[in-house]
Design a protein around this ligand. Structure first.
Ligand SMILES: Cc1cc2nc3c(=O)[nH]c(=O)nc-3n(C[C@H](O)[C@H](O)[C@H](O)COP(=O)(O)O)c2cc1C
Length: 193
């Protein structure tokens, strides 16, 4: 059985938001379609960004390809134990500088908005994503031959969820743990209804 991790909320939220969660158990037989990849990338492309700067860049590595092997090499040890079974690994990098050479201090914020769009669009398609910062940034930069002005930010796994018991050890424990959040009282400093 696959795990249900629907958020418990004080007021209804869109089902794609409530149902999104970050699995580690992926169905290693599921092949992501070109349509699905295009759809999540389009969702990312249409995210808002400061001055419409769009500093995000994506490298899509579908399982079984040469590129995928290069991305797997750039995952941290814990993530290497489960993420390669996802249908694809998407490396997100950001342009660190504006066209005039000044630092883009909002690049990470903008890229996070694009990744949020990507994960929600995936959910709409019945695909689950898992963002990973536990990665070897320099290794990914080198393996993907990224330009010097790009900074590797995260790798996002995407695919169909599999049963939790396809995992072992800490990954299994985390898979079956309930999802928790701070309360609204803790995070809303002013104006909570
Ligand atoms: C920027 C970022 C980096 C993360 N890095 C990792 C990671 O390296 N390995 C991992 O297993 N989970 C990672 N996660 C997943 C978080 O642990 C997870 O999103 C959080 O526990 C909330 O769970 P949920 O996404 O299921 O709601 C990361 C999430 C984000 C947003």
């Amino acid at each position: 059985m696959t795990t249900s991790k629907t958020a418990i909320t004080a007021a209804p939220i869109a089902p794609v938001l409530a149902n999104r969660w970050s699995p580690r158990a992926y169905d290693e037989s599921y092949e992501i379609s070109q349509h699905e990849v295009l759809s999540v990338l389009e969702a990312a492309r249409w995210a808002a960004s400061a001055n419409n700067g769009q500093p995000w860049r994506f490298s899509v590595a579908v399982r079984g390809t040469e590129l995928h092997a290069k991305v797997v090499e750039g995952l941290g040890g814990f993530n290497q134990a489960w993420a390669p079974r996802a249908s694809a690994l998407i490396v997100v990098s950001v342009q660190k500088f504006h066209a005039d050479g000044s630092e883009n201090k909002g690049a990470h914020y903008d890229a996070a908005l694009a990744v949020a769009n990507l994960t929600i669009q995936g959910e709409e398609l019945g695909l689950h994503s898992h963002q990973m910062a536990g990665i070897l940034h320099a290794k990914l930069h080198e393996n993907l031959q990224l330009a010097d002005d790009l900074e590797v930010l995260v790798v996002v796994s995407i695919g169909k969820v599999a049963a939790a018991d396809t995992l072992q050890g800490p990954a299994y424990e985390r898979e079956i743990a309930p999802r928790t959040r701070l309360t609204l009282d803790e995070i809303v400093l002013h104006g909570k209804p």
